[in-house]
Write a protein that binds this ligand. Structure first.
Ligand code: ADP
Length: 404
C-alpha cells in the first residue's frame, strides 16, 4: 500500500516547469482531471477484482456441487446395484434392439441361463410375450413351468420406454404347493365331515320310522346316532387343535414330562383294559421341558391312543421318558401291535392319511392324530420318528430339546 501512496503535489515546482502565469488555471484543471482519472482507474480495477473473486467463488461452488451430485449418483447406483443383486426376483431388461441390457443374479437362478437377446429366451412363450409388450406397450403376466428342477415361475413383462421391455421373474413354486395342499385339505376335511353327517341324517330318519313300532331297533339306531355324532365332534376337535397348532404353541410352561406321561397313562388305563392291552410306564427320573403342557398332553395322548387302538388283545404298550445328557429328551411309545408297512412310514404323519381306513374308522380314528403329534414336536423344537415291523409292532420316538 505504501508504494501506492501518491506524493503531495509541489505547486512551486510545478510553477517553475509550467508555462507563463495566464496558463496556470488550465494546468491545475488538467492536473485535477488526471488525478480524478487515476482515482477512477483504481476504483475500476478494484471493482473488476471483486467481480473476478466473486466469479471464482461461484465456479468453486459449482465444482463442489457437481462433485457432491456425482458422489450421490454413485451412492444411488451402488444402492440400486445392491438391491438388484440381493433381490429374490429375477430382473431382465431388453433394449429396443431386443438385446439384453441388464440382468441380475437371481435371473440366472430362475431361468437357468442369462439370454444375450430375446431370441435366446426360454421357454419360447416368453419371447412372444416380450415382442407383444414391445409392440403393444401393454403389461403381460404369465405363469410358466420349468423342468429340471421342476419350478413354477410368474413372469411380468412391462414396457420400459422406447421399445425396451423389463421382465420380472418370481418363483411361485412354494406358493403353488401350499395352495395345492390347502385345496386337498379342504376337500379331505369336507369329505371326512360329510360322511358322519350323512350317516347321522340317514340313521335319524330310520330311527323316526321305527321308534313307535320297534323299541329295540330304536335303541340300536340311537346308539349308532351317538357314535356318529361322537365321530363328527372328534374330527371337529382335531381340526381345531390342528389349526391352532399350525400357528405355533405357547411355550410358557415348565413342564414335568415324567409326571405328565404318568397322568396320561393313568387316563388311558381303562381303555387299555377294555382292549385287553397291558399298558405300562417307565419314567423314573424327573424330566422338565419348556413348552405347552396342554399341547404336550395332546401329543402323549394321541400316541398312547394309537398304540392301544392298533394293538390286538393280549399285546402290550410301554411308554418311557428318558433324559440322556448330550442327546436331549426322548419320549418313546412302543407297542406290539399290527405294525405299519415300510412304504407307508413316510406318509402316516400327513393329515387324513391312514394305512387301514376301515380299522381307523372302526376304532374311532380321525386320521389327524399323528399330524397333531408332529406339529406339537416341531413347535417345541423337536421331532418325531417311527420304527415299525408289520405284524410285530411299532415304536414312536419324540425327541425334545433339554431345558436350557
Ligand atoms: P388315525 O386316527 O387313523 O389313527 P393317525 O394320524 O393317528 O390317524 O395315524 C395315521 C395312520 O397311521 C393310522 O390310520 C394307522 O394306519 C397308522 N398308525 C398310527 N399309529 C399306529 C400304531 N401305533 N400302530 C400301527 N399303525 C399306526
Amino acid at each position: 500500500m505504501n508504494g501506492e501512496r501518491r506524493a503531495p503535489i509541489d505547486v512551486n515546482a510545478l510553477r517553475t516547469l509550467s508555462p507563463p502565469m495566464d496558463s496556470e488555471p488550465i494546468v491545475l484543471v488538467a492536473l485535477l482531471v488526471a488525478v480524478a482519472c487515476a482515482i477512477g482507474a483504481v476504483g475500476a480495477a478494484f471493482t473488476a477484482r471483486r467481480r473476478l473473486r466473486h466469479a471464482e467463488d461461484e465456479a468453486a461452488r459449482s465444482v463442489e456441487e457437481l462433485a457432491r451430485r456425482e458422489a450421490s449418483t454413485r451412492e444411488e447406483r451402488a444402492v440400486q446395484d445392491l438391491i438388484l443383486r440381493s433381490m429374490q426376483e429375477g430382473v431382465l431388461l431388453f433394449d429396443a434392439a431386443h438385446d439384453t441390457a441388464f440382468a441380475n443374479a437371481a435371473l440366472e437362478r430362475h431361468l437357468g441361463a442369462e439370454p444375450a437377446s430375446v431370441s435366446q429366451l426360454y421357454p419360447v412363450d416368453l419371447r412372444e410375450a416380450v415382442r407383444r409388450v414391445a409392440a403393444e406397450g401393454t403389461t403381460i403376466t404369465m405363469e410358466i413351468e420349468r423342468t429340471l428342477p421342476d419350478r413354477w415361475l410368474r413372469v411380468t413383462a412391462t414396457p420400459a420406454g422406447e421399445g425396451a421391455v423389463l421382465l420380472v421373474v418370481t418363483d411361485v413354486t412354494d406358493a403353488r404347493r401350499t395352495d395345492a395342499v390347502r385345496r386337498d385339505f379342504v376337500a379331505n376335511a369336507s369329505h371326512e365331515l360329510k360322511t358322519p353327517a350323512a350317516s347321522i341324517q340317514a340313521v335319524a330318519e330310520t330311527l323316526r320310522s321305527v321308534v313307535d313300532t320297534d323299541p329295540e331297533a330304536a335303541h340300536r339306531f340311537a346308539a349308532q346316532l351317538e357314535r356318529e355324532a361322537l365321530r363328527l365332534s372328534r374330527i371337529v376337535a382335531d381340526l381345531l387343535d390342528l389349526s391352532r397348532l399350525e400357528t405355533g404353541s405357547e411355550l410358557e410352561d415348565r413342564v414335568r414330562l415324567d409326571a405328565l406321561v404318568r397322568e396320561e397313562v393313568e387316563r388311558s388305563n381303562d381303555r387299555a383294559r377294555e382292549g385287553g392291552v397291558s399298558l405300562s410306564v417307565d419314567a423314573p427320573n424327573s424330566v422338565t421341558v419348556t413348552g405347552s403342557a396342554r399341547d404336550l398332553s395332546l401329543l402323549v395322548r394321541n400316541l398312547i391312543d394309537n398304540a392301544i387302538r392298533y394293538t390286538k388283545p393280549g399285546g402290550s404298550v410301554e411308554v418311557s421318558v428318558t433324559h440322556a445328557p448330550g442327546t436331549g429328551i426322548s419320549l418313546v411309545v412302543r407297542d406290539t401291535g399290527v405294525g405299519i408297512p415300510r412304504r407307508e412310514l413316510d406318509r402316516i404323519f400327513e393329515r387324513f392319511y391312514r394305512v387301514d381306513r376301515a380299522r381307523s374308522r372302526e376304532t374311532g380314528g380321525t386320521g389327524l392324530g399323528l399330524a397333531i403329534v408332529r406339529h406339537v414336536a416341531e413347535n417345541h423344537g423337536g421331532s418325531v420318528e417311527v420304527r415299525s415291523e408289520l405284524g410285530a409292532g411299532s415304536s414312536f420316538t419324540v425327541h425334545l430339546p433339554a431345558l436350557a
